[in-house]
Design a protein around this ligand. Structure first.
Ligand code: ADP
Length: 312
């Protein structure tokens, strides 16, 4: 039944329309390979949490299929659920339980036998050993977030999903969380994280899918997306009205930004602005003014989301 070569998570044509009619997922397909740190990136409202909540069994999909560690979430919901640990966005604990009790309770819910529980080991891993017996309500926000990560790992799932793990978290804690996530990944845990911070996705993830309005608009190895950030734009004002767009092999793209203004996109790892200008001059255009701008991952993200918005 279980195919050991199956993707950690496999999602096909996933759809969700909420009761009020909001279409949060509009045919999402993607695979997360075992051993990856996979980033699900997208603006607020893109559908990231909806997707995670479907995998967690908290939201019912309205179409498509999903399997976790080879287990279809409809046909083998229990096995699917045991294969994944989810760190939710919202911090919700009973304030009168201690961290140790919180983990014991969670282990109980998952039927982990007492002898196999890893309460202290997990608390150590998230640097909460000395808070093991403190009330949850006395923990700082950062400590609570770390406790949530430990809670998601009590049943030793092969996949850990973190929904916006560092939203509202200070830099020091963010670094600690990242280190812990990397450490788990080194030990073989497949990690999925949702974020709207590009920097976080770039720093941690092997592969990034960008989701916008419930659709996947990019799904690439991180270095490919970063490669797209090698694009540079030179805006050139010329001495006459432009009647046709010039073309040259050193251009990636050329657009008209005004009657006499051209925006040429090129790859800064392959060409330089001088070559771009020379190509325009060869077309008989006199150059009046030039400005250049570096693209970064933010631009790539904006370009992709803008293009997908325009196509709607
Ligand atoms: P993200 O996690 O990317 O910010 P969400 O999955 O939370 O996005 O939301 C996707 C869309 O679905 C948003 O427009 C949101 O308002 C809507 N939505 C989320 N949860 C519900 C719900 N329970 N009922 C109705 N609409 C919802």
């Amino acid at each position: 039944m279980l195919d050991p070569s199956a993707a950690a998570i496999s999602i096909h044509n996933l759809e969700k329309t909420y009761a009020g009619g909001k279409r949060a997922l509009d045919g999402v397909s993607l695979d997360v390979q075992r051993g990856q740190i996979f980033g699900l990136l997208g603006p607020n409202g893109a559908g990231k949490s909806t997707m995670i909540n479907i995998l967690a069994g908290l939201v019912n999909k309205t179409g498509g299929t999903a399997s976790i560690w080879g287990f279809d979430i409809d046909r083998h919901p229990r096995n699917a659920k045991y294969s994944i640990g989810i760190v939710p966005q919202e911090i919700l604990f009973d304030p009168f339980f201690t961290p140790a009790e919180t983990l014991e309770l969670q282990a109980g819910l998952y039927g982990v036998p007492k002898g196999q529980r890893r309460t202290m080991e997990l608390l150590r891993a998230v640097h909460l050993e000395d808070k093991a017996n403190a009330y949850s309500r006395t923990l700082s926000g950062g400590m609570k977030r770390r406790l949530l990560v430990a809670k998601a790992m009590v049943h030793t799932p092969p996949i850990l999903v973190l929904d916006e793990p560092t939203a509202g978290v200070d830099i020091e804690l963010r670094q600690q969380l990242w280190a812990y996530v990397r450490n788990l990944n080194d030990q073989g845990v497949t990690v999925v994280l949702t974020t709207h911070y590009l920097e976080e996705a770039e720093e941690l993830c092997d592969r990034i899918a960008i989701i916008n309005h419930g659709r996947v608009i990019a799904n690439e190895p991180t270095r490919t997306l970063v490669g797209m950030a090698q694009e540079k734009v030179v805006e050139v004002t010329v001495d006459r009205d432009i009647t046709h767009l010039p073309d040259a092999s050193c251009f990636d793209r050329i657009e008209l930004n005004g009657e006499r203004v051209l925006a040429v996109t090129y790859r800064k790892d392959r060409v330089n602005a001088g070559e771009v200008l020379a190509a325009l001059q060869r077309e008989g255009l006199g150059i009046v003014d030039v400005s250049t701008r570096e693209a970064d991952l933010e631009d790539v993200f904006l370009n992709l989301t803008r293009a997908s918005d325009a196509g709607r």
